[in-house]
Design a protein around this ligand. Structure first.
Ligand code: ARG
Ligand code: ZN
Length: 456
């Protein structure tokens, strides 16, 4: 029996509208480190986000259209949304009941969604975004700045400005249309779709056509020097905060983006995305850089002592390792950070600095083998071990299988897992297949062993 529910109603009772046997989607996607991140029961294909943001009031107004497929018979499902007020939810054009519990938006469609059904969700919402603070990992989310806003963070950020299945396992395409006061820029991921101004507000359009993990979505609003060009036939957009000096170290470093991406392509295979770029911030509250897809964002601290190419190399290497090939769970973050850190060693050697072997020996000598790179615990996902011990493991693999096999492993891994997700076990199996030998003990020793492995 189908019973119409009134929009905005409570969803705490039995979902009488759904057929027998239809169940709520899980409120988390199943990541042991962060059980509430993401949701179960559906798979998102695309997000179209129309947001208006007024820096004068810090007020955001959003209209999100999400296309998804049910992966079970669903009576209701959740999206992640932190703060903000939802004014309406529609599923396939029909008003749906919605409620909030913590950072979850619980949506009960008027009828159940059968496994395999494709459905559209539209959420209209507004409010002042509040970043999510995490004592160990720092804060993430839409941060109000003196001239605009910066939406950035890892492992969490997206749910502070749009409703989302907030976990890297559910990658999707994105269209972002951001409307901001005329005179300000609004930058996001992917290919620029131009901007238009109406009655004092400018709408900037962006499209990321390759599947993207939600933590890699950025929105940067403010006074920026935006430069739009092309590189290797694809758009290259860089934006430098107006408060940073023209021709200064940040600008000079980001100007090397195309050249560095080309260098990495000689090692890892073709650049995986439709656009290039980078965004340099002036707000010192952002103390890190992040590999936001196709257009990394750089905090100001990296460029206080002159140009810094290693950070550009690191974030661009993530375009292959992290962004195109994404983790399935956060305990595997070394797959991103180990390879991105190793890319710095490759660049430094190429640039006439110390060899990768020299960096390896130096890092080996200072490693605390009590700290694992794999499965370091939720508070340690950005630990030195994840980055440096991860890079040591990559170089140990190289020394063990030889350069020819090693670069064949990297390139075929990036190609086969492109636009997807992967695990450490899959990397080990892949390396064993390509190299034609057992490598599990090697990875175990370098990633997780508690004593120094013998030098390969
Ligand atoms: N993935 C980023 C990088 O290695 C680091 C992000 C650090 N995040 C944080 N919340 N501190 O480039
Ligand atoms: Zn990194």
């Amino acid at each position: 029996m189908l019973v119409a529910l009134s929009a905005g109603g409570c969803t705490g009772r039995r979902d009488e509208s759904a057929p027998e046997g239809f169940r709520p989607g899980a409120p988390g996607i199943g990541d042991p480190y962060f059980p509430t991140y993401g949701n179960g029961g559906y798979d998102v294909a695309s997000y179209r986000l129309q947001v208006r943001y007024d820096p004068a009031t810090d007020e955001l107004t959003g209209d999100a259209s999400i296309e998804a497929t049910a992966t079970q018979d669903l009576s209701r499902f959740n999206l992640d949304l932190a703060g903000l007020t939802v004014s309406s939810v529609q599923v396939d054009g029909t008003d749906a009941a919605h409620a909030r519990t913590g950072n979850e938006l619980v949506i009960t469609p008027a009828t159940g969604l059968g496994r395999g059904d494709r459905f559209g969700v539209r959420v209209r919402y507004s409010g002042k975004p509040v970043p999510i603070t995490n004592a160990e990992l720092g804060s993430g989310g839409l941060l109000h700045t003196s001239d605009g806003a910066i939406a950035l963070g890892q492992p969490e950020s997206a749910s502070t400005w749009f409703p989302v299945n907030d976990h890297p396992l559910d990658k999707a395409t994105y269209q972002v249309e951001a409307t901001v006061p005329e005179g300000l820029a609004a930058l996001s991921n992917g290919v620029p779709g131009g901007s238009s101004t109406d009655a004092g507000w400018t709408t900037w359009r962006w499209a990321e056509r390759a599947p993207m993990a939600s933590y890699l979505v950025t929105l940067v609003i403010g006074s920026y020097r935006v430069s739009t060009g092309t590189h290797a036939g694809k758009p290259l957009v860089t934006a430098i905060a107006a408060d940073l000096p023209a021709g200064g170290p940040a600008e000079r470093s980001l100007a090397r983006t195309g050249e560095i991406a080309d260098f990495l392509a000689t090692r890892f295979g073709p650049y995986p995305f439709d656009a290039y770029g980078g965004i340099a911030l002036a707000d010192s509250r952002i103390g890190y850089a992040l590999e936001t897809q196709s257009r990394p964002v750089y905090g100001p601290a990296f460029f206080t002592e002159g140009p810094n190419l290693e950070v550009v190399v690191h974030e661009l290497a993530h375009q292959w390792f992290g962004d195109s090939v994404s983790i399935e769970r956060w305990s595997d973050l070394w797959l991103n950070e180990g390879f991105a850190s190793y890319a710095e060693w490759l660049w430094t050697e190429h640039d006439g600095g110390p060899s990768a072997q020299a960096r390896f020996e130096q890092e080996y000598a200072r490693t605390d083998w009590a700290e694992p790179a794999l499965d370091p615990g939720p508070s340690e996902i950005f630990s030195r071990a994840v980055y440096q011990r991860g890079a040591l493991a990559v170089h140990a693999l190289r020394r063990t299988v030889g350069d020819e096999s090693f670069f064949r492993i990297l390139r075929s891994w990036a190609a086969e897992k492109r636009d997807g997700n992967a695990t450490t076990d899959e990397l080990v199996a892949h390396a064993e297949r390509v190299a034609g030998r057992q490598l599990r003990p090697l990875f175990d020793a370098w990633l997780s062993g508690t004593t120094a492995p013998p030098l390969p």
